[in-house]
Design a protein around this ligand. Structure first.
Ligand SMILES: Cc1cc2nc3c(=O)[nH]c(=O)nc-3n(C[C@H](O)[C@H](O)[C@H](O)COP(=O)(O)OP(=O)(O)OC[C@H]3O[C@@H](n4cnc5c(N)ncnc54)[C@H](O)[C@@H]3O)c2cc1C
Length: 400
């Protein structure tokens, strides 16, 4: 460790206790760096979000022994979804690694590891101001309405898609916003109204739908999957449903009303979905954006604060890989093993990788389009991915 470190200030303040910030804090603590995580939420969020980690990020978690004693394991699936297409990867040595895990459980494991290694997590602390100078960054936060000031040599903004840190620094977030809206929820469907038939789901009075993938109808698409296939602790009458339709003038909301959910399902299905209760209902408009910079002086962006993707399944991985890279370089500089310029390597490592992920997710969005162009893309790519080598090549790109 460098003898030059000033004991009166922290090494790193991490803003945001999502997967990105928690992995970063744990990695910094493992390297002997004093990290404090600030999160405005008083408690970890339990609402269903991501269902797993895909690619190299899953191996990074396993390498940190995060899965030991949890019953969780990294698998190599013989097939995987790429937008509406199925990549048949083969039973032997599938190139893709997947860790199925609900996001709230992943966050709990990462938080426990970070604290065990010596990081501090302060919940109920909303960052409201930042200032940096030649030696460090001063943060103003509000905790229970009272102002708190903290100072560190570096700061990592892992504070999600609407990042305060990014906006405060005036870093642009160019990209595209979808013209469609997705409404998603967990719904309870009574056993008499639904039957699982292989990889299809038979709904009374409606017919069969393919599970796990968009079923295109004249008015959009619907995706349905049994919740217990993704989270073994979920009751077996709960299904995850989502509709995808043109957005018109709808605004996305974290608290989607039952009327709006039922109306959307009716428009897309042409019939009522026979569910009794819905929870965790929300609507989202997909964005695909990339921050103009990852670094401004002593402040860095990582995870959703730095990039968001229009198709699911890549965001957590990309954030975790940011955390791995940023943690490694920050630790090297703070331990006196590398000059400050080493921190620029974070950008040169991660930016091209994220650019590639953006390209892959934008292609998945284009493949989902209900128009003639989407149909043409699906026709051509469906034929190409029947060639196993092509399917495995795409999976290798997804592996990261
Ligand atoms: C319904 C849903 C389903 C999803 N499914 C998937 C999926 O299947 N696969 C996938 O990869 N991704 C999925 N995602 C996206 C995934 O959840 C995010 O990419 C991921 O959470 C980003 O992690 P993060 O740590 O970068 O940011 P976040 O998880 O957003 O964490 C940011 C944290 O910062 C805190 N914060 C914000 N502002 C401040 C402030 N001013 N002061 C202090 N704290 C602050 C917030 O409270 C939050 O805890 C899904 C998202 C949703 C909503």
């Amino acid at each position: 460790m460098s003898a030059q470190r000033d004991a009166s200030i922290l090494d790193v303040i991490v803003v945001g206790a999502g997967p990105t910030g928690l992995l970063l804090a744990g990695d910094l603590a493992a390297a002997g760096v004093r990290a404090v995580v600030l999160d405005r939420a008083a408690e970890p969020v339990q609402a269903p979000k991501g269902n797993g980690v895909v690619g190299r990020a899953a191996l990074e978690l396993r390498r940190r022994k995060l899965l030991r004693g949890t019953g969780l394991r990294v698998v190599r699936p013989p097939r995987f979804r790429f937008g509406p297409l199925t990549l048949e990867l083969g039973l032997l040595r599938s190139p893709l690694h997947v860790l199925p895990v609900p996001q709230h459980r992943l966050e709990r494991l990462l938080a426990e590891r970070a604290v065990r290694l010596g990081a501090t997590i302060l919940r109920g602390h909303e960052v409201t101001g930042l200032e940096q100078d030649g030696d460090g960054v001063t943060v103003q936060a509000a905790a229970d309405g009272s102002p708190v000031n903290l100072r560190a040599r570096y700061l990592a903004g892992c504070d999600g898609a609407r990042s305060f840190v990014r906006k405060h620094l005036g870093i642009g977030f160019p990209g595209v916003t979808s013209a469609d809206i997705s409404r998603l929820a967990r719904v309870t469907i009574p056993p008499g109204a639904v039957t699982r038939v292989g990889d299809r789901i038979e709904l009374r009075g409606i017919g069969q739908l393919a599970a796990f993938r968009p079923n295109r109808t004249g008015h959009g698409s619907i995706t349905i999957a049994p919740a217990d296939a993704l989270d073994r602790s979920a009751p077996n009458d709960v299904y995850i449903v989502s509709t995808h339709e043109p957005r018109a003038d709808s605004e996305p909301t974290d608290e989607l009303g039952d009327d709006e959910l039922r109306a959307s399902l009716r428009r897309v299905l042409g019939a009522d979905l026979p569910y009794t209760t819905a929870y965790a209902a929300r609507s989202v408009v997909a964005n695909s954006r990339h921050a103009e910079r990852y670094r401004q002086g002593r402040i860095f962006l990582a995870g959703d604060a730095a990039h968001i993707f229009g198709a699911g399944g890549s965001a957590i991985n990309a954030g975790l890989l940011d955390a791995v890279a940023l943690g490694k370089h920050l630790a090297a500089v703070l331990r006196g093993e590398a000059p400050d310029t080493r921190l620029d390597v974070y950008r040169s490592e991660r930016r091209p990788a994220v650019q590639r992920t953006l390209a892959l997710t934008r292609l998945q969005v284009a493949l989902e389009a209900g128009d003639e162009t989407g149909e043409a893309l699906r026709d051509v790519l469906e034929e190409l991915v029947r060639d196993r080598a092509t399917a495995r090549r795409i999976a290798t790109l997804m592996e990261g």
